[in-house]
Ligand binder design. Structure first.
Ligand SMILES: Cc1ncc(COP(=O)(O)O)c(C=O)c1O
Length: 428
């Protein structure tokens, strides 16, 4: 009898999701509408989420270590956010004029982030990136952008080029310059050669999509200085990193960005994006004397704003510290499990974010990993053992988790590691 493969077990556990995949493939390319979470043979179709758990159409339960790619900082269907959204929704879901919920969320963010005097809402982090870039272009009269290779600032052609090191290039968009994350000299070199054409320099405090890669504060400070010397705006992308400190990750880096991008957690589980910054820069969008036309049918809708205010207000110092403690517990437990299983494991961890690599040494970024076979096998084995996490090995903690759930994750991961190891070894 041939041994059952991890793939066979996944197929056996997910007949309803398999049928849903066939249905979806007729009307959605590859059955999907979002690239990051896709994996073979097909992703599960989710039916429900609650707290730290997800369930699929076949009623398999998973510990949710994706947290919708970090946006669900308080877990699935966080009751206070759902309550706030439901209350708001009873009065309507979108209005053509401003609403009080916008002011509350804007105040919550402005009061926390020292560099942000004012804020402007949009509907995704991608839109936040586009708005920040357009603002910088209008202010400087320049067209180019400098970002880190493997940085991620949204699904927009100006940034996608850098996120995948040139792999995706939408024709006609040649204004993106790249430098090496963590290497201030490489940014300084590009700025000294092309500074006069560069509208803005974008940086994540931690490269999220790149694999939870961070750098010492001096890196961000030197890039900020070089950007200012070149007359470019300095933009910090807190779409993921805002979960790391009440004042934003930037508060620990000793930088004062001109503009900050927000998204994910500030929507309380609903679609959102925002750009904040110094009042003098934000003034380009002031509708009383606009230099940039920024609009959006759903910008600042009451449902997102009401849930978002709860999400931000509940993200306290204590909550952030507790998530980091749980992340460390997971990190230690996964390393011990890997040692027991006899597989090499490296972990990048910043606060409540982790990325795992089945190698002795850390690659420059996720896209440069050498462990694709073991990572793929562990991901599918993780699913079979009730762990849901990003296929690239990102694991995310939420405030809905506790020690018992983390220990449960470690036990499940331990089983998955052994199964993945056996399969990879037997495949040679
Ligand atoms: C750092 C960062 N910026 C921007 C974005 C884009 O946000 P969205 O997916 O909401 O468009 C993401 C999304 O993952 C992100 O991680």
């Amino acid at each position: 009898m041939t041994p059952t493969t991890i793939r066979d077990r996944y197929l056996k556990a997910n007949p309803t999701s398999a049928a849903a995949a066939t249905r979806a493939e007729r009307v959605l390319p590859g059955g999907d509408t979002r690239a990051a979470g896709f994996h073979l043979p097909f992703p599960i179709t989710v039916e429900r989420g609650e707290g730290a758990w997800l369930w699929d159409l076949d009623h398999n339960a998973y510990v949710d270590l994706a947290g919708n790619y970090t946006s669900l900082v308080h877990g699935n269907a966080y009751p206070p956010a759902i309550e706030a959204a439901s209350r708001a929704m009873r009065d309507g879901t979108a209005w053509p004029a401003r609403n009080l919920y916008q002011f509350e969320l804007a105040e919550a963010i402005v009061d926390r982030v020292a560099s942000v005097d004012q804020i402007r809402f949009a509907n995704s982090g991608t839109e936040a990136g586009m708005l920040a870039l357009n603002t910088a272009k209008v202010i400087t009269g320049r067209s180019k952008v400098l970002m880190a290779r493997f940085g991620y600032h949204g699904s927009h052609e100006a940034f996608e080029y850098g996120s995948f090191d040139g792999r995706f290039h939408v024709p006609g968009t040649d204004d993106t310059l790249l430098a090496t994350y963590g290497d201030p000299e490489s940014f300084e070199a590009v700025l000294s050669e092309h500074g006069a054409e560069i509208a803005a320099v974008f940086l994540e405090p931690v490269m999220g999509s790149g694999g939870i890669v961070d750098a010492p504060p001096a890196f961000y400070q030197r890039v900020e200085r070089a950007a200012r010397d070149a007359g470019a705006l300095f933009v910090i992308d807190e779409v993921i990193a805002f979960r790391l400190a009440v004042g934003g990750a930037q508060s620990a880096l000793g930088v004062t960005p001109d503009l900050t991008m927000f998204g994910k957690l500030i929507g309380g589980g609903f679609p959102v994006g925002a750009v904040g910054g110094k009042a003098e820069h934000m003034a380009v969008m002031d509708p009383r004397a606009p230099k940039l036309f920024h609009s959006g049918t759903f910008n600042g809708n009451p449902v997102t704003m009401a849930a978002g205010a709860v999400s931000v207000e509940h993200l306290t110092d204590a909550a952030i510290a507790e998530m980091a403690r749980l992340a460390e517990r997971l990190d230690v437990g996964l390393r011990a499990a890997a040692a027991d299983a006899g597989v090499p494991l490296s972990v990048r961890r910043v606060g409540s974010l982790l990325n795992i690599y089945f190698s002795e040494t850390l690659p420059e970024a996720s896209l440069r990993r050498q462990d694709a076979k073991m990572m793929g096998a562990f991901h599918l084995a993780g699913m079979v053992n009730g762990l849901y996490f990003a296929p690239r090995g990102m694991l995310v903690i939420s405030t809905a988790m506790d020690d018992a759930i983390i220990d449960d994750c470690i036990a499940r991961a331990s089983l998955a590691m052994g199964e993945a190891r056996d399969e990879v070894q037997s495949a040679g």
